[in-house]
Design a protein around this ligand. Structure first.
Ligand SMILES: Nc1nc2c(ncn2[C@@H]2O[C@H](COP(=O)(O)OP(=O)(O)O)[C@@H](O)[C@H]2O)c(=O)[nH]1
Ligand SMILES: [Mg+2]
Ligand SMILES: [Zn+2]
Length: 298
């Protein structure tokens, strides 16, 4: 009879997981049986040695689960996250639709949201900060960093938190991680002379403890071009838009979709310039995606 042990999932790639055992602190490679179980970095699990391999047998209840999904499939980023850190930089085009989707994902899971404006050493940084001003106005902090020089501003935010670093490829997530966690050795997009061509991209997710007991940590995620939230509860979406929250409940109709209904407080706020039209358009898009994914006729 083998003993059931507990631990923290520190790496996930396809159906393989690395679990940091609570008893020894050693990292154990585990498989997962049962196609329907979802396991992510940050999950607390039980695992057991049987027939020559270690297998995850149970997942503890989660405080949060961050994932992206469309109508057909889901990709789990991390479990038990307390904070989403979105990394942007001045040298690459920022997809603000994507950025706003990350904010919504964080809000839906009751996570903090922090922007990291990286690469402060590059031209165009002031313009980047101006572009981020509306997010600051929502109350989301902006940590100004240069991954290779100083990450102090970000360090203050990640301390004591369980964060996931999210961002488009090339913004500097892996470089930031290496600066924040000295022994992380996350692969960066530096052109490798040995490999000759291009950049390697991170596949899978990995968790890096920030404290000896691994109660605080950082998860690095692969860059992404899309971020679907098809799993969201359609009715919960409006509440994830922080500037719309005080307006909810003030529309003429209780089930208002904030679209073409008369007496809509959100549409009125857009007309008065108090809510950005792009944010309301995103709410409508997310709602349609979530409803389409639930449509039984699909
Ligand atoms: N100039 C400058 N370059 C940076 C900074 N941070 C990262 N980079 C570079 O940006 C590129 C992408 O970084 P990487 O960490 O791989 O980005 P990721 O795809 O978000 O993980 C690499 O060439 C890094 O060396 C920074 O603060 N300043
Ligand atoms: Mg990376
Ligand atoms: Zn309304």
């Amino acid at each position: 009879m083998s003993r059931v042990r507990s631990g923290l999932v520190v790496a996930a790639r396809r159906r393989h997981y690395a679990v940091r055992a609570d008893d020894s602190g050693a990292v154990v490679d585990c498989v997962l049986k049962g196609r329907r179980t979802v396991v992510a970095c940050g999950d607390r699990v039980s695992f057991e040695h049987a027939a020559g391999s270690d297998a995850i047998v149970a997942v503890e209840p989660r405080a949060s689960l961050l994932y992206r999904s469309d109508a057909f499939r889901e990709k789990v980023l991390a479990a038990n996250v307390t904070q989403v850190v979105a990394v942007v930089a001045p040298d690459l085009a920022i997809d603000e639709n994507l950025l706003n989707r990350w904010i919504v994902a964080a809000e839906l899971e009751h996570c903090r949201f922090v922007l990291c404006a990286n690469k402060s050493d590059l031209p165009g940084y002031d313009a980047l900060l101006r572009r981020l001003a509306p997010y600051r106005a929502f109350g989301y902090p902006v940590a100004e960093c240069a991954a290779k020089r100083s990450v102090e501003a970000l360090e203050r935010y990640v301390r004591g938190q369980r964060s996931v670093l999210i961002g488009q490829s090339g913004m500097g997530k892996s470089t930031l991680l290496n600066a924040l966690v000295p022994h992380a050795q996350a692969r960066t997009g530096e052109v490798s002379p040995a490999l000759g061509s291009g950049r390697h991209t991170t596949t899978g997710t990995a968790l890096y403890p920030l404290s000896p007991d691994a109660s605080a940590w950082l998860v690095d995620s692969p860059g992404m071009k899309v971020f679907g939230l098809a799993h969201a509860e359609p009715e919960a979406l409006a509440g994830a838009f922080i500037e719309m929250r005080p307006l909810l409940g003030h529309c003429r109709f209780r089930d208002c979709r904030h679209d073409r209904e008369p007496g809509c407080a959100v549409v009125a706020a857009v007309d008065e310039g108090r809510v950005a039209p792009q944010r309301l358009a995103l709410l409508h898009a997310l709602r349609s995606e979530a409803e389409a994914a639930r449509d039984p006729s699909r």
